[in-house]
Write a protein that binds this ligand. Structure first.
Ligand SMILES: Cc1cc2nc3c(=O)[nH]c(=O)nc-3n(C[C@H](O)[C@H](O)[C@H](O)COP(=O)(O)OP(=O)(O)OC[C@H]3O[C@@H](n4cnc5c(N)ncnc54)[C@H](O)[C@@H]3O)c2cc1C
Length: 396
């Protein structure tokens, strides 16, 4: 995509700023310099966007919400969402590279012992790349039991197992891992250079969307780690993972909004220039109605994502809003990308146009980071809890 021509240039005027103008100015400059020119290449070659992520780290964007005492900026999740939205407008692969860093930070910040916080958290401001490894070949949505095992030793823990489908694993320097102990699923911190840790490009490593390098298998063979590399409470790993996902899903919605905006802007830009029947495609009412529907849906999803971020910043319960935000935004992104192809006709289908990438990325994000069905289960659970509380109150 050309960096100095529309739609990125005028996109900001169409979609209202959700954070302060100066922050957005700097952020958009960074996206224009470090992400936009490389987006197609990252997707085509399926490579981890190391240069973009390291540049974002130098600018403070990868440690934005970390408290200053840990080398972060102490900024709001609203600003964090703006980073994800703008980066993903150019490249959703960069967006998901940022999210696996945020997931590791969140888990460590909220649950790790002080010694591990001191050891790891300051590294994020220096550009530490991390993965969040829950999934295994036999355990995807359901992670209540796992084949990866952790056994207590004299000096700490010994890990054995294999994790699959791990985003950012092509470049990760450290991993947050879920493994089962005799008490239940627990969370561990493991580094790439540790003896017994390796990655392998399994048969399913290459995905059609969200291509930030192959989603490698992570292999753990008698990996010895100290006691303080267990994060949080033994047996409470699923609860901790869900809390972490509540945080990351809130801003994950912004990744889908970035994709949707890029697809919408690109389609409108094309329709305004493409001529048919003595006018432009944009002048056909049928096409205007497509765009009107899409803009309404993107606005609604975007409002929900930023409302979820506001709730997160206000330390409110976000289980409902974070799931709603990712569910709606990912659905809207897929619909927008699909309609953008239609509006652009044959050009929309070409490999030269970015719409195929938008569609592939948008669809993949209806599964990664919590599938739409699991998000609906979470929202429904919230509803059921609410009704049973109402019934209890009525009986009291
Ligand atoms: C691009 C990409 C990146 C990923 N990155 C990571 C990563 O970094 N770390 C990681 O750990 N994992 C990662 N994953 C794996 C991802 O988290 C899982 O794919 C996801 O949790 C779904 O698991 P599954 O694919 O095994 O589907 P399954 O659990 O086998 O489910 C199959 C289908 O059934 C539905 N389903 C399952 N349970 C229920 C239920 N109770 N009610 C209704 N429907 C249900 C699912 O939604 C899905 O549609 C990634 C996946 C993709 C596609």
């Amino acid at each position: 995509m050309d960096t100095d021509t529309p739609p990125y240039q005028w996109s900001r005027a169409l979609w209202a700023d959700r954070v302060d103008a100066r922050f957005l100015d700097g952020l958009r400059d960074a996206v224009r310099e470090h992400v936009l020119p490389f987006a197609d290449e990252i997707d085509r070659d399926d490579v981890y966007p190391t240069r973009a992520i390291k540049a974002f780290a130098r600018l403070g964007y990868t440690s934005l919400t970390l408290p200053e005492e840990w080398g972060g900026q102490g900024a709001s999740y609203t600003k964090c969402a703006a980073v994800f939205e703008e980066a993903s407008y150019a490249s959703a692969a960069v967006g998901i590279s940022l999210i696996t860093i945020l997931q590791a930070q969140t888990m460590i910040l909220h649950f790790a012992p002080e010694s591990l916080k001191q050891y790891v958290l300051p590294k994020f401001a220096q550009g530490l790349i991390t993965s969040y490894a829950l999934t295994e070949a036999n355990h995807g949505s359901d992670i209540r039991s796992l084949d990866t095992k952790a056994a207590r030793t004299e000096n700490g823990w010994r890990l054995n197992g294999r994790k699959s489908f791990i985003t950012s694993s092509a470049a990760a320097e450290a991993y947050i891992i879920l493994a089962e102990t005799p008490v239940g699923v627990s969370v561990f911190y493991v580094e790439h250079g540790m003896p017994g840790v390796s990655t392998e490009e399994g048969a399913n490593a290459s995905t059609f969307g969200l291509r930030n390098g192959p989603h490698m298998d992570l292999i753990l063979e008698n990996v010895e780690i100290p006691f303080d590399h267990m994060i949080g409470t033994e047996g409470k790993g699923v609860r901790q993972a869900v809390t972490t996902l509540d945080y990351s899903r809130t801003v994950a919605g912004a990744i889908s909004i970035g994709i949707a905006r890029a697809a919408f802007d690109g389609a409108m830009h094309f329709a305004a220039r493409r001529r048919a029947f003595d006018t432009t495609v944009l002048q056909f009412q049928g096409i205007q109605w497509y765009l009107a529907d899409l803009m309404t849906e993107i606005d609604a999803a975007r409002l929900l994502v930023y409302e979820a971020c506001r709730a997160l910043d206000a330390h409110e319960d976000i289980a409902r809003f974070s799931s709603e935000a990712k569910l709606l935004a990912s659905r809207v992104a897929t619909r927008t990308a699909e309609q953008a192809v239609q509006i652009c006709g044959a050009y929309g289908v070409t490999m030269n146009a970015p719409f195929g990438r938008y569609l592939r990325d948008a669809k993949a994000y209806e599964i990664a980071g919590g599938s739409s069905e699991i998000l609906k289960n979470t929202i429904a659970k919230h509803l059921l809890r609410f009704m049973s509380a109402q019934q209890e109150a009525n009986h009291a």
